[in-house]
Write a protein that binds this ligand. Sequence first.
Ligand code: UD1
Length: 424
Amino acid sequence: MEKLVIQGKCRLSGTVKASGSKNSALPLMAASLLCSSGEMNLSRIPDLKDIRTFSKLLDYLGAETSYRENTLNISTAGIRSVQAPYELVKQMRASIYVLGPLLARFGHASVSLPGGCAFGPRPIDLHLMAMEKLGASISIDKGFIEARTTGARLKGAAIDFPITSVGATGNALMAAVLAKGRTTIQNAAVEPEIVTLCHFLNAMGADIHGTGTTSLEIEGVATLNATAFTNIFDRIEAATLLAAGAITGSSITVTDVDPSQLSAVLGKFEEAGCTIISDTDAITLQSPDTLIRTDVIANPYPLFPTDMQAQWIALMTQAEGASHVIDKIYHERFNHIPELNRLGAHIEIRHNEATVHGPGKLTGTKVMSTDLRASASLVLAGLVAEDVTEVLRIYHLDRGYERIEQKLNSLGAAIKRESYQEFA
Ligand code: UD1
């Protein structure tokens, strides 16, 4: 396995580029399955474990994928299987994204029940509800979701999600674009990743209206065409890099971003005393002498993202006073807290609310990654801790951060990647 060895107490400075978004790239890759001829050309696709896993899944289904320098070509003309196997799906929960496209194009999909990040219950009932509304019959057989259309195609329907789900909105969209007739989706997610998926589907020839609103209207079409498309930046990676600047008392710039997609997070950095200077495609963060305690509640976009909650808790260990953090999306997403406390942080959890008592001196030791964003919070803590912090099991981090240690080192951090063996 690999670990990051972080020499703490660094100061950062300079400029770093944001990568393409993983959470946007995955549905774009899945949507490619809707196309029965031609080759997709997707640029700004990050070089990440999750992207490789999803490519393997597409290849397994019979697609041809090739990846070079952040550009992914996908040809899905030769799909010969509609079954997403356990061995691949268990590595990544987002594999559920193949359900809608396969069902829409082939009238049948068989997808292993997903695994993925290990925080709290993560049901898929809304994905299945949307497919059923569109006319599919669904059963669970030997750990697989078996979905079939009753006629040749799915049928347009009214889908009203009881809660906002990024994944279920994406799956419903990808199924509805090839359904017969009109589909409406109420309470649709408005995350930039869903907006981007709508743009991509429309570029393929779909007919989606209401993009960026909670009310989507889709006129089904018979076929879709291959296209070239540029992915959006990774807003969570960009925010994590800014947090690295803030926690180390530094001034840094992250480029290749759209600051409007980070309004809630940038507002919180300002509340914490940071100066934020936004340009059209760059954000500069200047840290204050002392960070100010700042509460956050993670909620669907455009509010503060759950995927930045762990990093925010790490940041608040260095702020003056007690900060309160609640996650309204994943109530129990607090696996990072015991590990941050092992570094010397003073964080309590009561009734799904974390209270971070800062500022505290952190001291490096070995800590364990438990999920993607928890890992990022440990890296941030390591940057400010005394001595050396070793973040173990960074395969979680590698799922979602492209060359994070190289990016941080280019700003002045001292992080090494090393192999190690875990005791049995
Ligand atoms: C996506 C992101 C993930 C992020 C999350 C919330 C990807 C690959 N992952 O995950 O990084 O943390 O959005 O912003 O884009 N829910 C149900 N039933 C369902 C589906 C979801 O109850 O069928 C619940 C979830 O348990 C959660 C909430 O809905 O409480 C939102 O989850 P959702 O938006 O679906 O998250 P994902 O799309 O899985």
